[in-house]
Design a protein around this ligand. Structure first.
Ligand code: KG4
Ligand code: ZN
Length: 339
């Protein structure tokens, strides 16, 4: 089954073709570097760039997969959540193609898309994979779910304020490092001392599985305010390293708590843009190897950050569960789509 998928929820225009929810036949992503100058995503600019870029990305995805529209079984698109004006390009383009070519269209929730990124380029046996614990950490979300079957999920915890990726972006901005912050902060951290600054690790109440990153971000802000030369390269590296260390500690503690709460977890999955972070991934790898639990991140770094292949993988699981979700239809965008 070949699914042509669109993802335009934020600042990447992405189109992919995925076979049977696993094999990526093509995955095209046009990243909008234009936002760098503003230190963050400008919704109006993102909307205009999506409108300019979707058609070229769509044609390239078909070409790289060596397919025609007549070979496509289903279309899929991120319906939400995300920036309304960005989502609109994806939903409108996919709906238009659905009507024009009479191909059923499947709406996908962005977070569920991230979760299914773990199935790309991998043959997983449901029996040995589930139950899983899935940690989804991106620029907009920080959540933990118990995953008992392909489409059965229960939320265990979420962030009460900032998402972790957002905190990475804000720390980078405060240090004048550019956007997006995650990759730059983690590169700087390699040169720093992780023990240099004792930044707050907010674990919340004793058994809480929720997250909070605003205190950590505020602590970095206060540190910068009381430091004379915040352009000193070693200072920057030490702040980045100490910040990343705090994030690693927080995720390790929360995963441990979740494992205590949910006995029988066979796999821990880490997805979303922040799962591209080598240090946090290593921290979780070490923790889970001691506990003898399988730990998986997306098979390629490009599947951690926003991409359309994950939307194709998710659509495949949705249609296996309920074929009626795919119809020739016109979908609206839902910026606050519920999970
Ligand atoms: O999943 P994603 O591409 O988009 C959203 O759904 O938000 O995640 C983007 C976020 C950004 O905040 C970015 O700074 C962060 O993921 N990110 C990273 C790394 N690469 C991307 N954070 C930490 N370390 C990285 N290597
Ligand atoms: Zn995302």
């Amino acid at each position: 089954m070949k699914i042509l998928a669109f993802e335009t929820s934020c600042d990447d225009t992405a189109v992919a073709v995925v076979e049977d929810g696993v094999k990526v036949l093509s995955s095209v992503r046009v990243s909008q570097v234009e936002h760098e100058a503003w230190g963050g995503v400008v919704p109006e600019l993102a909307a205009r760039l999506h409108a300019d870029n979707w058609r070229g990305a769509f044609e390239q995805a078909l070409k790289e997969a060596n397919l025609e529209m007549s070979d496509i079984d289903y279309l899929a698109v991120t319906q939400g959540p995300g920036l309304q004006t960005s989502l609109l390009t994806g939903t409108t383009a996919a709906s238009f193609l659905s009507q024009a070519y009479d191909i059923p269209l499947i709406p996908v929730h962005h977070i569920y898309g991230h979760m299914c990124s773990v199935f790309l380029d991998r043959e997983l046996e449901a029996d040995s994979f589930f139950s899983a614990l899935v940690l989804t950490v991106s620029g907009g979300h920080t959540q933990m779910h118990e995953w008992t079957d392909f489409t059965d999920l229960e939320m265990l915890g979420t962030t009460l304020d900032d998402a972790c990726g957002e905190a990475f972006d804000k720390v980078a901005k405060m240090l004048g490092l550019g956007y997006p912050g995650g990759p730059i902060v983690s590169k700087e951290a390699l040169k720093g001392d992780r023990m240099k600054y004792d930044l707050p690790k907010i674990y919340l109440a004793k058994h809480s599985l929720d997250f909070s990153f605003s205190g950590l971000k505020a602590a970095v802000y206060r540190l910068l305010e009381t430091t004379e030369d915040i352009t000193d390269p070693q200072f920057i590296a030490d702040v980045c390293a100490s910040f990343e260390y705090a994030c690693g500690k927080i995720f390790a503690r929360k995963v441990e708590r979740a494992l205590d709460r949910c006995p029988g977890i066979k796999t821990v999955v880490f997805v979303g843009g922040v799962s591209a972070n080598t240090y946090i991934t290593k921290t979780l790898t070490d923790l889970l190897s001691i506990r003898g639990i399988e730990f998986l991140t997306p098979a390629k770094l490009a599947y951690s950050t926003d991409n359309a292949a994950m939307i194709g993988a998710a659509a495949y699981r949705l249609i296996q569960k309920d074929p009626s979700c795919a119809r020739v239809q016109f979908l609206d965008a839902q910026s606050r789509m519920k999970f």
